[in-house]
Design a protein around this ligand. Structure first.
Ligand code: NAD
Length: 287
């Protein structure tokens, strides 16, 4: 029997402008993990039956689902000119204060990659699955917007969206900007513009996080797809489901620190595994 520690605790405090913000903090809780049923690319009849019967499906996605669209994952992101930089050193408020030009240019490069990318069969399969199920919630850590582009409707973007831009001092949204200055300035307050994503050390959107936790607690099944399960609090969501006896499924070609906790592990690329799953649910056949 393996015991894992779950550290999801959402402290509710008043934030700027009187709004509520949620900070992930540590709450140690023991979760019993002793039921690894399957680690394979083979999709069993048992899993298909489970997924077909589920009325409230929750999917958590990470950078891996967009890898087959040509967008590097966080661990792969440092290629070419950017190889010398650590993403965790670029995606913080302190990094932006230190070198706003460098951070803006890194995101401009990533924004360009995202704008050139198209949803892959994994994104499209999830959008198709949503249309088959009354309660389907897609929680993504991705900032690329490809789930919505694929047609998914109920999407919670926990880490924001790289296509949107806001100002550093007051979060004023910016629809357009001039590239004459790098970074450009906010037309309302003059502070630098930055991507509308959640950087390390920043709070997640309170409403989105609340919706995500509620969906996880009420789920019939949860799938964790293409995430390394390292970034909190998203990484705790599968264990929160597990602690409520919700079956959990991982889809990832590589093992993660949480792999042994999952009831089903499909060790393959999302762009192959998801269309195969959705086709079998859709066909209503158990082969
Ligand atoms: P990560 O880079 O830490 O991990 C990616 C995971 O995807 C790995 O476990 C890898 O084995 C797996 N993977 C790779 N190819 C896959 C495939 N074809 N199918 C399924 N899985 C595959 O990413 P993370 O866990 O999402 O966390 C890092 C942070 O990076 C997140 O906060 C996210 O917002 C950010 N990020 C987002 C994007 C994006 O929006 N596309 C890209 C890079 C990083």
């Amino acid at each position: 029997m393996l015991l894992l520690l779950l550290n999801l605790y959402l402290a509710n405090e008043p934030g700027r402008n009187g709004s509520q913000v949620y900070y992930p903090t540590i709450l140690w809780r023991f979760v019993q993990v002793d039921t690894l049923f399957e680690t394979t690319m083979h999709i069993s009849d048992e899993l298909i039956q489970l997924l077909r019967q589920a009325r409230r499906v929750v999917v958590l996605t990470g950078a891996g689902i967009s890898a087959e669209s040509g967008i590097p994952t966080f661990r792969q992101a440092q290629t070419g000119l950017w190889a010398q930089y650590d993403p965790e050193e670029l995606a913080t408020r302190a990094a932006f204060r230190r070198n706003p030009r460098l951070v803006w240019e890194w995101y401009a490069w990533r924004r360009q990659l995202v704008q050139q990318a198209a949803p892959n069969p994994g994104h499209l399969a999830l959008a198709q699955w949503e249309r088959l199920v009354p309660g389907f919630t897609l929680i993504t850590q991705n900032v690329d917007g490809l789930h919505r582009q694929a047609g998914s409707q109920r999407v919670i973007e926990l880490h924001g969206n790289i296509r949107r831009v806001k100002c550093f001092d007051h979060d004023h949204p910016a629809e357009s900007w001039s590239e004459a200055e790098t970074p450009p300035r906010c037309v309302q307050c003059g502070s630098f513009l930055r991507p509308d994503v959640v950087w390390f050390g920043e709070s997640l959107p309170a409403v989105g996080l609340h919706q995500a936790v509620t969906a996880v607690r009420n789920a019939d099944v949860l799938l964790s797809i293409g995430t390394s399960a390292l970034v909190q609090p998203a990484a705790s969501l599968p264990l929160e489901a597990k602690s409520r006896r919700v079956p959990i499924v991982e889809i990832n070609p590589q093992p993660t620190p949480l792999t042994s906790a999952f009831n089903f592990v499909l060790a393959g690329p999302a762009g192959e595994v998801l269309p195969a799953i959705v086709q079998r649910i859709h066909l209503n056949t158990v082969s």
